[in-house]
Design a protein around this ligand. Sequence first.
Ligand code: GDD
Ligand code: MN
Length: 380
Amino acid sequence: AVRMADGNAGEVGAEALKGPKAAELSVILPSFNEAANIPILIGLLDEALAGIAWEAIVVDDNSPDGTTEVAREIARTDARVRVIRRIGRRGLSGACIEGILASSAPFVAVMDADLQHDETMLPKMLAALKADETDLVVASRKVDGGTIGEGLSSFRAWGSNLANGLAQKLLNVTLKDPMSGFFMIRRDKAEALAPKLSPQGFKILLDLVSSAGGTLKIKELPFTFRERQHGESKLDTLVTLDYFGLLLAKYFGNIVSVRFLMFGLVGASGLFVHLAALRVFLLSDMEFNLAQTAASFVAMTSNFFLNNQLTYRDRRLNGMRALVGLLTFYAVCSVGVLANVGVANLIYADPSYWWFAGTAGAIMGAVWNYAASSALTWRK
Ligand code: GDD
Ligand code: MN
């Protein structure tokens, strides 16, 4: 029993509540350029979730189309709507994770904000989640009764099947639709897994399930993926590359991070750029040492821009900061060459292992370049 501030003796139990009723379900709505869709979606949620204490958390990555303002405008008259605006960051998975972490409700749903996900699934998903200790309910396009409907082009459907197959084989994920972006999970379970999740790309569900390593009790419910009416999809080649990066990284037991893998791939591409440039310089009668140095700069420059586009796209440097970044990257890589040659020399003491010396040196250089550029060039 608690004595109330106004002096009246009042019985206040565990259910004591200030303000509006606390939400039982948070619907996380990651958005990028969905200004036309958000108001419609909130109206649909209002209908579909009648009788459930719900809230919506829009996580917008500073969309140029003003999605944040549109969502805030709704939030001004509807206390169930909350908005997180992220600046300087992009990524569907990261937005979902932040939304989940901002929730206090026991159950959280993650749902696309573009009306492609059927909101009438939500009450069914909530009921399934509460029944028999289920931890995660996935709205699936691949179990009986679910379809990809008009939502995916045939090329996308083919790619989606390939990605599923790989995920199932490599990661032993038994989910029929591990690429679904529509699911509901107990918040405490998601929160416990959050430190293991990668914020890049689109594969939040796969990441959750594979990080949990078989500890989640999962149920899949069929649904039909709708066609997009307004705006366009953000799933592009970069997102796809990133997905395969996650598969590889998880497959190798998280020994290497997705970022390091990407950095390594970019580094490997740099070798080809280097050789091509060297060839061109030599053909134009440049002296070898000069040609080799010039080719190194061409390769470093190409690596810098690729890393800036791919590996560090969530910390991408623009304008003046890109120029400064490029200079620090040159500096980092020069030290990397020293580390490379130093280690290689040590091992080359026995010349029959030249290839081992060379590889060890290159790995040493790559590890240094990665660590130093991550701390210096693309520092957080
Ligand atoms: N905050 C934030 N940041 N939101 C984003 C970002 C981002 O960088 N990129 C995309 N979104 C939002 C979109 O605004 C939309 O609400 C939702 O995430 C899905 O993005 P779409 O671009 O519409 O994806 P899609 O329809 O091509 O892909 C759907 O199907 C895939 C499987 O085929 C999604 O459900 C994916 O999650 C799913 O993997
Ligand atoms: Mn979509």
